[in-house]
Each structure stands twice: as C-alpha cells, then as structure tokens.
Design a protein around this ligand. Sequence first.
Ligand code: ADP
Ligand code: MG
Length: 238
Amino acid sequence: MVGEIKINNVYKSFKSLDPSKEDTLALNGVDLKIEPGSFVSLIGPSGCGKSTLLRIIGGLDKATSGELFLDGNKIIKPGSDRGFAFQGSNLFPWLTVEKNIAFGLKARHIYKKEKEEVQKFVDLVGLKGFEKSYPHQLSGGMQQRASLARALVGHPSVLLLDEPLGALDAFTRMTLQDEILKIWKQNNMTMLMVTHDVDEAIYMSDKVVVMSSRPSKVEEIIDIDLPRPRARSQDTFQ
Ligand code: ADP
Ligand code: MG
C-alpha cells in the first residue's frame, strides 16, 4: 500500500524581517512516521507549527533542515501524490465550482479527461447541480465540499487537511466528518488532518499526534484503538 510518510528531524525557522527580533523556530526537530492508509490527526496549541509541517509535507514550503519521504522518495516539491485542503476552503472566488476543481487537476499537470474527472469529484462530494455556482453562492459546508473535491482530483495517495471543518456549524461538521471517513475508506488514502477539536480527532483517527509549542515538536502519539464506525462523544452537540 502506498502513502507512507517519514519525517526525520525536521527544523523550520522563519527569518524575522525585524533585525532586532529573533527568527521563529516553527519546527524544532520533528520526527514522525505515518503508516500508509492510516488516518492521523495533528493537534496542539496555536502557533506550534501544525500548518508549517503540513505545508512542508505538501511541498509548499521547504524545511530548513531534516528530511521528509513519501514512499521512500524525498519530498522536495508539490506532487500529484498529495492533495491539500485548507480551513475556510480557500476556493478562488472568481471561478465556478467546476473551474475550481479543474484547477486542482491543472496544478497537478493532469490534462486528460478533465471534464469526466471534474464531474466524478463533483458527484463524490455531493455537489451535483452546483457545477456552475460561484463560491459566494454556496454555504460554508458546500464550499468545504468543493475544496475537498479540488484536493481529491488526481487521486492523491495522501490527503493533507488543515482544519478543514473548523469554520462550520456542528451539524455540517459531523456530516462532513462522516463523508471524509467514507472517502478515506473508499480511496485507500493516508490522511493527515490538523484539527482543534479533540472529539473530532478521536472520532476520526487511528492515531492522534500531539505537538507542543516550546519546543515545537511531537510530544506524544496516542493510538485510538476503537472499532469503526465509532460512537460520538455526547459533548459534540453542546
Ligand atoms: P499552527 O498551525 O500550529 O497554529 P503555524 O505553523 O501556522 O502554527 O506557525 C508556527 C509558527 O511559525 C508561528 O509562530 C508563526 O507565527 C510562524 N510562521 C508561520 N508561517 C510563517 C511565515 N510565513 N513567516 C514567518 N513566520 C511564520
Ligand atoms: Mg495552523
């Protein structure tokens, strides 16, 4: 099975633009191994480096030192093997749903069967009939669905989700949690999802990776040995 991620001693520092201030050490020696096909959640305090780590795995940013591998290949740039979705969906407001999703294909240099591929993922995330809609014409949940579709076109073996459900109401959030789980199961993908919600992490994941902020590294990895499908915490609705 593909989708194994290995992270060895990764550091990332951001240069300060103000010479009187120190550089920010956003990642301070992160080691992590993610099994192919597993669902891993990443939690930790604000500013501890979760998004930075995800961006580096996605190839959108570079580590200052250390190495990252996907299926034994060094990660140096974005690739069609990784899909990325952010909080607040980050759709292009001037493009329709189908054009946003088609962008995902072009960004991965996939040019064949564009129409069929886009339609397949429109259907998968339940947006049939909204192909020609613009993001502002959709609810938050539907925007997030479109964003998921854009990350999924091209069949990546790894899906990187940065607080994908953070901005949604409780009901939409639960619906999308179950749909993400379904997509994960059907597509044999490795999932790495940043979340602030501990219930969400426990409900969805095989492992919860806890990061600390000083130093910014992996503090603990918790195995969630619960059968699936799982019961929800009673607190979720409160
Ligand atoms: P998290 O996602 O866990 O909240 P981030 O990865 O966004 O944390 O940020 C980690 C640290 O790196 C923070 O102190 C943040 O201010 C800093 N940081 C993130 N991106 C940049 C950047 N592009 N330039 C400078 N500092 C950054
Ligand atoms: Mg973040």
